[in-house]
Write a protein that binds this ligand. Structure first.
Ligand SMILES: Cc1cc2nc3c(=O)[nH]c(=O)nc-3n(C[C@H](O)[C@H](O)[C@H](O)COP(=O)(O)OP(=O)(O)OC[C@H]3O[C@@H](n4cnc5c(N)ncnc54)[C@H](O)[C@@H]3O)c2cc1C
Length: 411
């Protein structure tokens, strides 16, 4: 693995810096606004408008869809160049985040599996920031075991009728479109009876209910699908082959996760230590060095993953190692912040130092330990695929989804 920029990467980095110096928006008034810490439609709208404007600006200057093929309006440059933009983007990444599902995950899935009409309808508007997307995968009984999803898709002539419930749907309340997985055939093993659809989030039969989290934020939602009617043209990929489609989405998510340590710098934490007069305190210094070391390790792990992807390899167990390292880092950093804040850590909102954003860092660690594959699931992958430990018992092998449901009812 070579961590230095190649000449092409260095040239791109210079181009990105020049673009950002001229166009990067001032996000100061928006910091702390997103994820929304209160349900406030006016503030949400302000944030969404700013995000759309930034995405449009990126597109106009050739910095949208950096890794997408040129045929679809991207730069065709691959994940290393995406990472360079992310590294340089600084706090404007808050605004790009609204499009991480759409551009980072749904776009590559439509490119790989979509019809000509779907590519025409969605890809260019996505890059221009005209569509916010959400991912309608997880359900109350299907998270780590995503293939166990129960939302039903029933064929009715040229249409599909959808019934079910999704949960933890990030930004569904702001989304124009969603990528949906639903069970189209319960009489085959669970991975083989799922179909993927593209859903207009404002269609009748969809109800979005925000979920308030421990952080006070409400960027997650429950989504109820009650008799939602979809045309067969809304189907992405073949009937009953949605698992393969979803793998493209999840692989894209895995490549984009990680390396996102730029949110907090060592300088931020040193300033926090200074505020408490702890700059010369030995345990604090030790903890700050630990922070810095972890950031470096994660950066190198992320580069290793991206090098593998650039060389045309699927992200393998290294993405699990990176994901686990990231969540351990969030945990340790959250604890460090709480220690540095002292009694201030009990305060929130306007009473708190930083408006409660420091406390938010601590509380948000559980999100990174669950989202994109939980710590325990990552450990299983590492155990089986890196360490060669015996596999987990798989009691569902060879059974159809309907048999699994019956077995669950009998328990
Ligand atoms: C920040 C964030 C954003 C998210 N955004 C979205 C989104 O936009 N769209 C979407 O569809 N979903 C989203 N999710 C949901 C996410 O995909 C799920 O939280 C994740 O897949 C875990 O599923 P679960 O929450 O149902 O937990 P479960 O799978 O029920 O797990 C509960 C606990 O059991 C453990 N566990 C489960 N199975 C095993 C096993 N086989 N071995 C050992 N331990 C196990 C888990 O590690 C965990 O500790 C998001 C989650 C987070 C935190």
């Amino acid at each position: 693995m070579d961590v230095d920029d190649t000449p092409a990467e260095a040239a791109f980095r210079a181009e990105v810096r020049a673009f950002l110096a001229e166009h990067a928006p001032d996000v100061t008034p928006l910091v702390g606004v997103w994820p929304p810490r209160v349900i406030d439609h006016e503030r949400d709208a302000r944030f969404i408008d700013a995000s759309r404007a930034w995405q449009r600006c990126r597109a106009e200057h050739g910095f949208a869809g950096i890794g997408w093929p040129e045929a679809y309006g991207g730069r065709g440059l691959g994940p290393v160049f995406e990472a360079i933009f992310a590294e340089e983007e600084g706090m404007a990444m808050l605004l790009s985040g609204l499009f991480s599902v759409g551009i980072g995950m749904v776009g590559p899935t439509i490119i790989a599996h979509g019809t000509h009409e779907q590519k025409t309808a969605f890809l260019a508007p996505l890059l221009r920031g005209e569509q916010v997307w959400c991912q309608l995968f997880s359900e109350p009984n299907a998270g780590s075991d995503l293939a166990g999803l129960e939302t039903r898709a029933e064929r009715d002539g040229d249409e599909w009728v959808i019934h079910g419930q999704k949960v933890w749907t990030s930004h569904a309340h702001a989304a124009d479109w969603g990528i949906l997985l639903a069970r189209s055939n319960p009489d085959v093993p669970k991975h083989r009876g799922i179909t993927c659809f593209l859903v207009d989030m404002r269609a009748p039969g969809i109800e979005v209910r925000p979920l308030r989290q421990a952080t006070g934020s409400a960027e997650f939602n429950e989504v109820f699908l009650d008799g939602l009617r979809l045309s067969d043209d809304d189907r992405l990929g073949p009937v009953d082959d949605g698992w393969r489609v979803a793998m493209t989405t999840l692989t894209s998510e895995r490549v984009s996760i990680g390396g996102n340590t730029a949110v907090l710098s060592l300088d931020d934490l040193v300033a926090l230590a200074d505020r408490r007069g702890l700059r010369d305190d030995a345990p604090t210094r030790q903890a700050l060095v630990g922070f810095h070391t972890r950031v470096q390790l994660i950066t190198y792990l992320a580069w290793r993953l991206r090098s593998a992807v650039s060389a045309g390899r699927e992200p393998g167990p290294e993405s699990s190692v990176l994901k686990l390292a990231m969540s351990r880092h969030q945990e340790a950093t959250g604890d460090l912040i709480m220690g540095l804040l002292g009694a201030d850590a009990t305060l929130d909102h306007a009473d708190a130092y930083g408006g409660g954003s420091w406390q938010g860092h601590f509380l948000y660690q559980w999100a990174s330990r669950l989202g994109g594959g939980t710590d325990q699931v990552q450990r299983t992958v590492i155990g089986e695929r890196v360490l060669g430990l015996p596999g987990e018992p798989r009691t569902d092998k060879g059974l159809t989804f309907r048999q699994l449901q019956r077995a669950a009812l009998d328990r």
